[in-house]
Write a protein that binds this ligand. Structure first.
Ligand code: HEC
Length: 95
């Protein structure tokens, strides 16, 4: 009986931790980008004059597109952390 009640509790703890992490974590985002995103392009694509991404929402989309091209399976939270890191560091879109 005890083992059965522990499982939903553990699940609750994990999911509520995820909800609490709704605030974007740009240092986690930086780590994700640094570790995964430097194979095809460096930071120059984020700052070039004719860059393609024009909006904050578009930035999240592009991050997801590249992440999926790579075959990674990031959670939405990871995509947001990476996008917000790029926004803070390079794009500077308003919310
Ligand atoms: C498989 C190669 C590849 C990898 C790895 C890759 N990208 Fe890209 N990325 C591209 C290509 C191609 C473009 C489009 C470049 C162009 O239009 O000249 C691009 C463009 C972008 C842009 C838009 C730049 C602009 O013009 O504003 C962003 C943002 C971006 N990538 C983020 C990422 C992130 C975050 C990762 C890691 C998850 C990543 N990329 C990994 C291929 C890649």
């Amino acid at each position: 009986m005890r083992a059965i009640t522990t499982i939903p509790l553990l699940f609750l703890t994990l999911t509520s931790g995820g909800v609490m992490a709704q605030e974007t974590d740009t240092s986690a985002g930086k780590e994700l980008v640094t570790n995964n995103c430097t194979e095809c392009h460096g930071t120059e694509v984020y700052t070039r004059a004719e860059r393609r991404v024009k909006t904050r929402a578009g930035l999240s989309k592009q991050v997801q597109r590249c992440e999926q091209t790579l075959g990674l399976t990031w959670f939405e939270e990871d995509v947001e952390n990476a996008a917000e890191f790029l926004n803070k560091s390079y794009y500077h879109f308003g919310k």
